[in-house]
Design a protein. Structure first.
Lengths: 129, 437, 131
């Protein structure tokens, strides 16, 4: 069963990362990289991507005179996707377990960041028998 | 490891695919170590891919591969010989026979079957068993299997590696299961083959032919099992089911990759040869009296396949078969299909009543097929507005684009019909339900 | 450089889609098919996925006691990721052009939908984050 695990954050949230020490950032990233590595070892890994900071985000809405209409102004509360994992696992519980571990990746003071990870299933083709 | 050169060496690739499972049988039987044998055969295969394009394919390619694999095995064994005296004897024996001709060993008749049983060992998850089976018995490369299952190659390599490790740790010997578990072991093999077939069949759009290839590989392996166990009714049943389903393949996909439901398929595109073979297999299996779910599903497929036109379909017989199948199978899809058959025989209201029983089943309550079937039955019953709503709900629940487009189109047509107070035009057509349509 | 082009949607967006005519739908489906094909022919296509409406979407948090906490309740207005394309292009400008094309896909009455497509650069490694 295939799931996409989505990690999102707001601009102020991402801004707060800038206050982390380099060590905290490296530890946090090492945990996330470690999770990806474990998934590769267990044969559950399909894909992962990290996205550049929301500060560079643009939204495109159609064209005017052949030029894309872009806008980079977002409300403070807008949630931006920061990254995702796609996993191929045996059960929904396993998908949530992995999401829980991503969410537990530590921040400053080694406290879990506790960020919300959205878990979405990709279609199954037929009966799971 | 990636045999990257294979794409430019088609004949070598095909030859290796045919030979490596045979060599694996020979080596595993000789050294009694499946996991190490599989490693050795893979290394021999890589050596072949590197050397044969340059030096030409050897006169006896299987003996060549066997020789290289034996050498790898004895190296492996020697490095562990300090601990295990018995393998040391084998290594010495092997080391005493250097000539190539001595490696012209024939595979034993049972080898493929033994490998199949090993690869479908109950200790493995279905996903692992599928991967290992396709590799060790199917002879597919890791790259091919990864592409077929849409995972990265490294992931597939890991799955196979871990599967081999599990087999090793299980201590299962290289022989056919002879004990009281052999029935269960055979059921596992059939289940894995069924899953491989299903994977290939439900993804048979033009773009991904390697996935379609899986169905044919499953049929090939099922034939092997049948040839060794011709009196086992469920083995015949599974092979019949695969053939009767595969027979419809060409009619199933439209020019734009859209899925064409059974009732709307151009039956002239169905493969008559496969249908005849499937029906013949069933007629030998059914009378034995040991009815099972594969035979029943095959019998249902046969009833569909024998109808010259959709409107000639013998729905009462299908309904009777689903009633039997319901008693044997917990699968909610069976209940869904039973409801469709009931609707075709007793009218849509009867079918809708049966669907109500599924609303509480968590395995299917949110599945798009439940909405899709309900929608079609509502359409049959003339309730266009409710039907459109459920088609839309079904569309929202699937991310399979051709399927979503199909469901949205149905919704739109019905909404238009309802707005214009037209009767639903398709009330004699049953909904697409069976994933093996 | 890789960019991800994302379509988001909430319940109201999805309901709108349900109001299209048969011709609107056929036109949009044909457009999307041609769009993906063009990306492949141009050699910029990396990936695309459509996602179903999240009937069973969950949010999982680490929780405070070691057990992950799951929540399946979302506000009506919440925007969910509906699908994405990943393209490999020279720079942001090309990505915006591609996004603009997707955004202007025909909708109701064949008029360009001009749906918002969020464009983000995909990282090569976390050092790209520039934190």
């Amino acid at each position: 069963m295939r799931y996409i695990l989505l990690m999102s954050g707001t601009k102020p949230g991402v801004d707060s990362y800038r206050a982390w020490s380099k060590r905290d950032i490296d530890t946090h990233m090492a945990v996330l990289t470690g999770i990806s590595r474990e998934l590769k070892e267990s044969g559950e890994f399909v894909a992962t991507q990290g996205l550049a900071a929301p500060h560079e985000a643009q939204v495109v809405r159609g064209v005017k005179d052949g030029t894309p209409i872009t806008d980079g102004v977002f409300p403070e509360s807008k949630e931006f996707l920061l990254g995702y994992w796609i996993v191929d696992v045996a059960s929904p519980e396993r998908a949530c377990e992995i999401a829980g571990r991503i969410s537990a990746a530590p921040g400053p003071g080694e406290r879990p960041t506790n960020m919300p990870i959205e878990v979405r299933q990709f279609a199954n083709h037929g009966p799971q028998s | 490891m990636d045999v990257a050169a294979q794409s430019t060496n088609q004949p070598i690739g095909h030859l290796l695919r045919e030979l490596t499972p045979q060599v694996l049988g020979i080596v595993a039987r000789r050294f009694r170590d499946f996991a190490a044998a599989e490693d050795a055969v893979q290394e021999a295969s890589i050596a072949a891919v590197m050397q044969w394009p340059r030096e030409g394919v050897p006169e006896n390619p299987r003996a060549w591969l066997t020789h290289v694999a034996f050498r790898k095995m004895t190296d492996h064994v020697r490095s562990e010989s300090a601990r295990r005296r018995r393998e040391n004897e084998v290594a010495e024996e092997a080391a005493r026979v250097p000539e190539l001709a001595a490696f012209d060993v024939s595979p034993q008749q049972d080898d493929t079957l033994v490998l199949l049983f090993l690869c479908c060992h109950p200790a493995l998850t279905p996903a692992s068993a599928i991967a290992l089976t396709l590799r060790a018995v199917g002879g597919l490369t890791t790259t091919e299997i990864a592409k077929a299952f849409l995972v990265p190659e490294a992931t597939m390599a890991q799955r196979i590696s871990r599967a081999k490790q599990t087999i090793k740790e299980s201590g299962v010997p290289f022989q056919l299961p002879v004990d009281e578990h052999s029935g269960e072991r055979l059921r596992r093999v059939l289940h894995v083959l069924y899953l491989i077939f299903n994977e290939g069949y439900t993804a048979s759009s033009g773009a991904n032919l390697q996935r379609a290839d899986l169905s044919h590989e499953a049929i090939r392996l099922a034939r092997i099992v049948y040839s060794r166990q011709p009196n086992h009714a469920e083995v015949a049943g599974l092979l019949a089911l695969m053939l009767l389903t595969d027979a419809r393949r060409r009619a199933r996909t439209g020019a734009n990759d859209e899925l064409i439901p059974l009732a709307e398929q151009d039956r002239t595109l169905w493969d008559r040869g496969e249908i005849e073979e499937g029906v013949a297999l069933l007629s030998t299996a059914l009378p034995t009296g040991s009815i099972g779910p594969y035979q029943l599903q095959a019998a249902i497929a046969a009833v569909h396949d024998e109808a010259a036109r959709a409107e000639d379909t013998d729905w009462p017989q299908i309904l009777a078969l689903y009633e039997l199948l319901k008693r044997m199978s917990e699968n909610p899809m069976v209940i869904l299909n039973h409801a469709v058959a009931a609707a075709m025989v007793h009218g849509p209201r009867k079918g809708l009543e049966l669907l109500d029983g599924l609303a509480g089943d968590s395995r299917i309550a949110e599945h798009h097929r439940l909405d899709a079937v309900r929608a079609h039955l509502l359409e049959m019953a003339g309730d266009s507005e409710a039907a459109a709503r459920h088609y839309r709900a079904a569309a929202s629940k699937t991310d399979n684009v051709p399927e979503r487009d199909y469901l949205m189109m149905k919704a739109v047509r019905l909404r238009t019909a309802a707005a214009n107070s037209e009767p639903a035009a398709t009330d004699h057509v049953p909904p697409p339900t069976d994933p093996l349509d | 450089m890789k960019y991800i082009l994302m379509m988001h949607g909430n319940q109201a967006n999805w309901d709108e889609y349900g109001k299209w005519s048969k011709e609107d739908l056929e036109r949009n489906v044909a457009f999307m098919r041609a769009f993906s094909k063009d990306l492949k022919d141009a050699g910029v296509f990396v990936d695309t996925k459509g996602l179903a409406w999240p009937q069973e979407a969950k949010t999982v948090r680490a929780g405070t006691s070691g057990e992950p906490v799951t929540d399946g309740v979302f506000p009506e207005s919440k925007e969910f990721l509906a699908g994405y394309w990943i393209v490999d292009v020279e720079g942001a400008e090309q990505a915006y052009k591609i996004a603009a094309r997707a955004s202007a896909a025909p909708g109701l009455g064949g008029k360009p939908i001009n749906m918002p497509i969020e464009v983000r650069r995909v990282l090569g490694s976390h050092s790209d984050l520039g934190l």
